[in-house]
Design a protein around this ligand. Structure first.
Ligand code: SF4
Ligand code: SF4
Length: 230
């Protein structure tokens, strides 16, 4: 008999909506609901303000990906025409969207915030090859925004806030606990430094550990290591 309670809920909601004129059905795709701030969508490969690519071809993203859907090959930067500020750059970069589960571990792992995700999830393919995004699709344009590809359905909301930047990361930049929950996102072409999240303040200065603290910390570690090892 318990299922009758479910019918009662539906009936109650129907009567309520009829009385108030409230409509809960969204006419997709004409009407799109605002995306949550932290929605994990299609990736982008970011560039610095001077146009250089942030990816240094370290392959950490590929190594951490549980779906094994990232393929990266790094190469030495050409001396006369470097692609990234690092020694190396991402020569080949591919993401297979037939496998990606949008867990964002790649973003967590990236040391340079090169890879982040936009809010776009409305894209589809008719063959397997098209599901593999390469640098041609992933690297942002000259304004720092994701390329709008013909088979992607970008809405106004996604275009107004095209990138999630690295703020979807749960961990701190560079993995330092001192930077956890601090506003430390790098500036990005066409977007700027991201506003602080709720509970954070832009004015709150980032604590820079004193050299002595570092030494003490290191010594502590060594002491602990030493103690633990014997
Ligand atoms: S979001 Fe997750 S599954 Fe997708 S490419 Fe990144 S690490 Fe792999
Ligand atoms: S996207 Fe980031 S983690 Fe992946 S290869 Fe480039 S720099 Fe390394």
């Amino acid at each position: 008999m318990g299922y009758l309670n479910g019918f009662a809920v539906t009936l109650k909601k129907l009567l309520h909506n009829t009385a108030t004129g409230e409509v809960v059905t969204t006419q997709y795709p004409e009407e799109k609901r605002p995306k949550p701030d932290r929605l994990h969508g299609r990736h982008v490969l970011n560039r610095y303000e001077d146009g250089m690519e942030k990816c240094i071809g370290c392959e950490l993203c590929a190594g951490v990906c549980p779906a094994r859907c990232i393929y990266v090959r790094g190469a030495d930067n050409p001396i006369d025409e470097p692609v990234s500020p690092g020694e190396r750059y991402g020569y080949v970069y591919e993401i297979n969207y037939l496998r990606c589960i949008h867990c964002d571990l790649c973003i967590e792992a990236c040391p340079t915030e090169a890879i982040t995700e936009s809010k776009l999830f409305e894209f589809s393919f008719t063959n397997r090859q098209d599901a593999i995004y390469t640098k041609a699709e992933l690297v942002v344009d000259d304004e720092g925004n994701p390329k709008h590809l013909p088979w992607e359905d970008w809405s106004d909301a996604e275009t107004a806030h095209p990138r999630t930047s690295a703020w979807v990361r749960a961990t701190a930049p560079s993995g330092s606990a001192a930077y956890e929950n601090r506003v430390a996102w790098s500036g990005e072409l066409g977007w700027g430094v991201r506003a602080p999240e709720p509970g954070q303040t832009a004015e709150d200065p980032m604590p820079v550990p004193a050299a002595d603290d570092h030494d003490d910390h290191d010594h502590d570690h060594h002491d602990n290591d030493h103690g633990g090892g014997h």
